[in-house]
Each structure stands twice: as C-alpha cells, then as structure tokens.
Design a protein around this ligand. Structure first.
Ligand SMILES: [Zn+2]
Length: 225
C-alpha cells in the first residue's frame, strides 16, 4: 500500500485569509489543496459512488455524514497529485470530525502532521467581514478598510447612497462569527492537545503571514522523512 503523504490542516476563522493562504501554501509546498466544498462538487459532478451517496443526503436537505466526507478525503489522498500530501482547507470543522479524520489516517499509516492556525483577533475579523457597503443604484461594492469611497456614504461611480445589507451589519457579522469561532476554538484545542498546532499571527501583510506559515509548516513536516 502506498504511504500517505503529509497531511496539513490549515485552520483560521472566516476573514482570516485562509482560502488565499491555502492556495499559495499548497503551491509552494507541492501539496494538493483540498477544500471539502470543492471535493463534494467534484464527486457529485463526476457521479462517483461516494458523490451519489453525498448527493442523496444533500438532495434530502441533510448534512453529509462525516464518514462519507472522510471516504472522499481518502480517495482524494490516493490521487497522483496528492502523492506529496494534502493541505486541508475547511475540514475538520469540529472535534468529532477531527477524531474521525485521525482514526481514518491512522488506519492508512498516516497522521495529521501539522495544523497551522492563522490567528486573527475577533475585532479585526469583524472589521474585515463587516465593513462592506454597496450603492443603491447598481450595487457597486465598497469596504471600510480596503475600498473607501472618495465621499463618505456616496458611490464614486454614480453618486447614489451607500448602504449596508443586514448580513453585512456589524451586529449580524459578530453574532455569526461568534458561533463559528466557538467551533474553531474546539478544533484548535484538539490539535494543540495532539502537539501539532502552530499558531501564526494573521494580522498584517499577506506575504508576511505566508512566510510565517511556511516557517511553521516546514520544520514540523520535514522531520517525518
Ligand atoms: Zn454605484
């Protein structure tokens, strides 16, 4: 049986830049970037047996069971582009999933090698996620941090008023975020307990965060070989 490559679990809250970093890191490390949402879509599209099983659950409006997701992950791990390993993005989302993943990897002689965690304070996440405004006339997007209009509250393009959708209001963003952070904290604790967590400061420039993540990942995984 072919041995399993490195398994890196990238952790971070919504707004922490996890998706962007996952793309860059997987390229730099030669790992397959595996986002479970993409995995589901591909399996359903290709009508694999697991894809059809997953589709059955989704069509009934039910959550896809962890066991099915894990089987998809193991299939993904066996593909040629994952020979060096995978970088997981968006899984596990809770400790039950983390335990199922560990058990499945152990059965194949593998393990989670390192779980880098992009750490961003809650207030920063709220600012990043909640600063969106759009114009009434055409929905032109603005952001309090990254794309301010020239005149406050007015669209640069058409002069119409800017407003926040309910979903983008700070109170809504914060409430949603708190739930997600609760689940994330349990996963972070889980991997800390397993001795594989590497927290990295997620504030500041994307390139600097990438460099810190690479520092955190490379020594932890190169010692395995
Ligand atoms: Zn506009």
């Amino acid at each position: 049986m072919a041995s399993i490559g490195r398994v890196v679990v990238l952790l971070g809250a919504p707004g922490a830049g996890k998706g962007t970093q996952a793309q860059v890191l997987s390229g730099r490390l030669g790992l397959a970037h595996v986002a479970t949402g993409d995995l589901f879509r591909a399996a359903v599209r290709d009508e694999t047996p697991l894809g059809l099983t997953a589709k059955g659950f989704m069509d009934r409006g039910e959550l896809v069971p962890d066991a099915v997701t894990i089987e998809m992950l193991l299939e993904r791990l066996a593909k040629p582009d994952a020979a060096a390993g995978i970088l997981l993005d968006g899984f596990p989302r809770n400790t039950a999933q983390a335990e199922v993943l560990d058990t499945a990897l152990e059965e194949k002689g593998g393990r989670v090698d390192v779980a880098p965690y992009i750490e961003v304070p809650e207030a920063d996440l709220v600012a990043r996620l909640g600063g969106r405004w759009i114009c009434r006339a055409a929905g032109h997007p603005y952001h309090e941090l990254t794309k301010k209009p020239i005149k406050p509250g007015i669209c640069d393009v058409d002069g119409s008023e800017l407003y926040q959708r309910d979903d983008d209001k700070p109170a809504t963003v914060q409430a949603r975020l708190r739930q997600q952070l609760g689940a994330l904290a349990t996963v972070v604790d889980y991997y800390r307990g397993r001795g594989v967590l590497r927290a990295v400061d997620g504030r500041g420039e994307i390139d600097r965060v990438t460099a810190d993540l690479l520092d955190a990942i490379v020594p932890a995984t190169s010692s395995k070989a």
